[in-house]
Design a protein around this ligand. Structure first.
Ligand SMILES: Cc1cc2nc3c(=O)[nH]c(=O)nc-3n(C[C@H](O)[C@H](O)[C@H](O)COP(=O)(O)O)c2cc1C
Ligand SMILES: [Fe+2]
Ligand SMILES: [Fe+2]
Length: 405
């Protein structure tokens, strides 16, 4: 791959991390993820964001720099918007190749450069409103956006081109190849990044939704012509699309979910499983879309993404050792961590003798601001009456969600 020109003297160079690895060691990336860096050349040259030594990312970056006759040693500045290792893992080797490079990050970033890489020389701190003049009309300005994704995070804006280098904010899963800009994508590719930006958001950013809204407000004063995140595509034609999308994602936490239902189920011997289709039929009888996920067969990444955007969630699980079926308990834990708040919720499941899953479920979801429908539990095999109630509760939840629209 070659470096891609974005504007005079500004290029995108990116590495693709392939399927097979997990992002953050836990989220599947069947279609990979890109780690994007950006070159800004004035009289002085800056590289914005870096990569981890992962899947030969450094080699991919160097190859693309070569395509514009540049090397690591040519940079005067390395701008580190965010210190998570996906963007700085290769820093120690970078400074060995280029010992003169000036590292620019936030005050908290300075501490993390030391903690993660042991680097204390040639590191300087910038705060919101500070600028760095690279000459030839290229001026970088910095805005701190704490907790999108870590406390030290900032974005960098280049005023001549109007490009916002937003790091994790406005990012997505998915590899990026020759097609880098939003205006070059087919509808199918847009749909892909639409899905994968939601999954990335739900998996990585959701917990910090309040800070996402604050960051979007803070950036409102900038004349943004392009958004260049460090994961995913560059928004050149319609940068407003990804900003609006992130705003919507953040507001899902506040109860503004879509009129859809996510059903997550797990079952040992099939007694709960048999009732899943009755609930699904009930939901569909009200023409409400339903996304069905089974755990532990499927990683919770997808259920989290669907639940994040859905106004309603259904859990199907049996009792296991007086508590929730553990794979579902794991999902509930993730939902609590990620602040899957303000949902309308229905739970159903089988038990053997005295149950216990429901009590455990209610206790563990107390803080999530969920509105619960009457649960459905039965002993052993579900009878016709249980199937009928399952259908009716599914339909009732669907109606509640439509009414809340
Ligand atoms: C390991 C294990 C632990 C269980 N613990 C309980 C329990 O504490 N209380 C209860 O009422 N039933 C318990 N059961 C019974 C199941 O809840 C019951 O068999 C149910 O029908 C299983 O539904 P499923 O086939 O959807 O998994 C347990 C079953 C197993 C296999
Ligand atoms: Fe991050
Ligand atoms: Fe990242």
């Amino acid at each position: 791959m070659k470096a891609v020109k974005m504007s005079e003297g500004i290029y995108r160079v990116g590495a693709n991390i392939k399927n097979g690895d997990m992002f953050e060691g836990m989220w599947p990336i069947p279609d990979g993820v890109s780690l994007n860096c950006y070159v800004v050349s004035g009289e002085k040259k800056a590289l914005i964001d870096m990569v981890d030594d992962w899947n030969n990312a450094p080699g991919q970056i160097r190859e693309q720099l070569n395509s514009i006759s540049m090397g690591i040693e040519d940079f005067d500045y390395l701008i580190l918007n965010h210190m998570e290792p996906d963007h700085i893992g290769w820093l120690q080797e970078f400074v060995v190749i280029n010992p003169k490079v000036q590292i620019v990050t936030t005050p908290k970033g300075v501490d993390l450069v030391k903690a993660f890489c042991g680097i204390t020389e040639n590191v300087s701190a910038v705060k919101s409103g500070d600028t760095l003049d690279l000459g030839n009309g290229k001026v970088l300005s910095f805005t701190e956006i704490p907790n999108v994704h870590w406390p030290e995070t900032m974005v960098t804006y280049e005023s001549e081109s109007g490009i916002l280098f937003s790091c994790d904010a406005f990012g997505s899963y998915g590899e990026v190849h020759e097609i880098v800009f939003d205006d070059e994508l087919s509808q199918e590719q847009h749909d892909f990044y639409d899905r994968e930006s939601l999954r990335y958001y739900a998996n990585i950013i959701a917990t910090f939704s309040l800070f996402v809204l604050k960051a979007i407000d803070k950036l409102a004063g900038l004349d943004i012509k392009m958004i260049a995140p460090s994961h995913g595509i560059v928004w050149r034609e319609n940068p407003g699309v990804i900003v609006e999308r992130y705003k919507q994602y953040a507001n899902f936490m506040n109860g503004k979910g879509l009129p859809e239902i996510t059903l997550i189920w797990g079952s040992m011997y099939g007694y709960t499983e048999k009732v899943v289709s009755s609930v699904v039929k009930g939901i569909r009888s009200e023409s409400v879309p339903v996304h069905v996920h089974r755990v532990p067969e499927e990683n919770a990444s997808w259920a989290l993404a669907d639940a994040w955007k859905s106004a309603g969630i259904v859990f199907g699980m049996p009792t296991y050792e007086y508590k929730m079926f553990p794979p579902i308990a794991g999902v509930v834990d993730v939902f609590e961590d990620k602040r899957v708040w303000n949902k309308k919720v229905f739970r159903f499941g089988s038990f053997g003798w005295s149950g216990g899953a429901q009590k455990d479920f209610m206790e563990k979801t107390k803080k999530l601001k969920w509105e619960h429908l009457e649960p459905l539990e039965w002993q052993g095999e579900a009878d016709d009456e249980a199937h009928k109630i399952a259908f009716e509760r599914g339909a009732e939840l669907a109606r509640m969600i439509k009414k809340a629209e």
